[in-house]
Design a protein around this ligand. Structure first.
Ligand code: IPM
Ligand code: MG
Length: 366
């Protein structure tokens, strides 16, 4: 089994390093190969997604991705910006199904900005379509407005579009995922305004006929945003398009205490995938040993379960993370009174120690 490791920018290198240590203590044989991506790749090779990195990602059984982006690249032309690396990987590898679970760990109930009773026991799954919608729709660009009240004025435009097969396949993913959970799917749309999302709603409803054992509800995206902070536990699986999924998954992340806790998986038709924390590269705290590595470590668990067929190893990692939280270790983003504040590396130490069945007495002082 070959894993491509793409740490990227900002805190990416630090958090991926801890995830690699976790991979290393599982008693499983992996081949790993590391390559540059994002701003780091632009610096080294003049492009955020060099050919060699893309080739490695395509050949590997799974990709472990850190994060990309830094404000210092904001002035570069779009095609050379770090974000193009992750968008290019998603498109080139056909990673259309993005799983973003939002789980509130018992010990972090008080780290959420919502009242503890609203989030205690929260376990929802956002399934975001990842290769279509306004993110990739053509045409797009800048031009002189061809019509309207400001005809002739400079304007910019993007295109929101979804084809039937694109909606069908993500709907199947959502209904199948719901069968392994509480058998409820909420399809999020904006059918009251957008043609694309009326079509989305129609197609999801058609696919649902094949899953009579799963309950389907439709919800407008503005209402979904509201319900997520009002009564998040009413959801089980949410399925939505690329743009709405981007926004709602950040919102859902905050319910769990910190976006630093949330892993994600992006899968293609053949089950190959890219695994990355849901958070970004956080350049402001990069290199300071402050970042929470748990989202990346939990992404390794998803990788073992979804792409590498090692469900037991995945369970071991997840229970190690729970025990580390139970023992009181917290990075700054999830810290509260009475807990032990640790840095990135020490959090990695604690998970490694929990995996080897010892308590983390050997914590590196950071
Ligand atoms: C995410 C990120 C990306 C996205 C950016 C970095 C392109 O926000 O994975 O949610 O918008 O999809
Ligand atoms: Mg996002």
């Amino acid at each position: 089994m070959k894993i491509a490791i793409l740490p990227g920018d900002g805190i990416g290198t630090e958090i991926v390093a801890q995830a690699e240590r976790v991979l290393g203590c599982l008693d499983l044989e992996f081949e790993t190969e590391t390559a540059a991506v994002g701003g780091a790749a632009y610096e080294a090779h003049g492009h955020p997604l060099p050919e060699a990195t893309l080739k490695l990602a395509k050949e590997a059984d799974a990709v472990l991705f850190g994060a990309v982006g830094d404000w210092k690249y904001d002035k570069l032309e779009r095609a050379l910006r770090p974000e193009q690396a992750i968008l290019g990987l998603r498109k080139n590898l056909g990673l259309f199904a993005n799983f973003r679970p939002a789980i509130c760990y018992e010990q972090l109930t008080h780290a959420s900005s919502l009242k503890p009773e609203l989030v205690a026991g929260l376990d929802i799954l956002i399934i975001r379509e990842l290769t279509g919608d306004i993110y990739f729709g053509q045409p797009r660009g800048r031009r002189e407005a061809p019509d309207g009240a400001f005809k002739g004025a400079p304007e910019a435009f993007d295109t929101m579009r979804y084809s039937r097969p694109e909606i069908e396949r993500i709907a199947h993913v959502a209904f199948r995922a719901a069968r392994k959970r509480n058998r409820k799917v909420t399809s999020v749309d904006k059918a009251n305004v957008l043609e694309t999302f009326q079509f989305w709603k129609d197609v999801v409803t058609e696919v649902h006929a094949q899953y009579p054992d799963v309950e389907l509800e439709h919800m407008y995206v503005d209402n979904a945003a509201m319900q997520l902070v009002k009564a998040p536990k009413k959801f089980d699986v949410l399925v939505t398009g690329n743009m709405f999924g981007d926004i709602l998954s950040d919102e859902a992340a905050m319910l769990t205490g910190s976006i630093g806790m949330l892993p994600s998986a992006s899968l293609n038709e053949s089950g190959r995938g890219l695994y990355e924390p849901s958070h970004g590269s956080a350049p402001d705290i990069a290199g300071k040993d402050l970042a929470n590595p748990l989202a990346t470590i939990l992404s390794v668990a998803m990788m073992l379960r979804f792409s590498l067929n090692q469900p037991e190893a995945a369970d071991r990692i997840e229970s190690a993370v729970r025990s580390v939280l139970a023992a009181g270790y917290r990075t700054a983003d999830i810290w509260s009174d009475g807990c032990t504040k640790v840095g990135t590396r020490a959090m990695g130490d604690a998970v490694v120690a929990a995996l080897s069945g010892t308590t983390a007495k050997t914590i590196t002082k950071s």
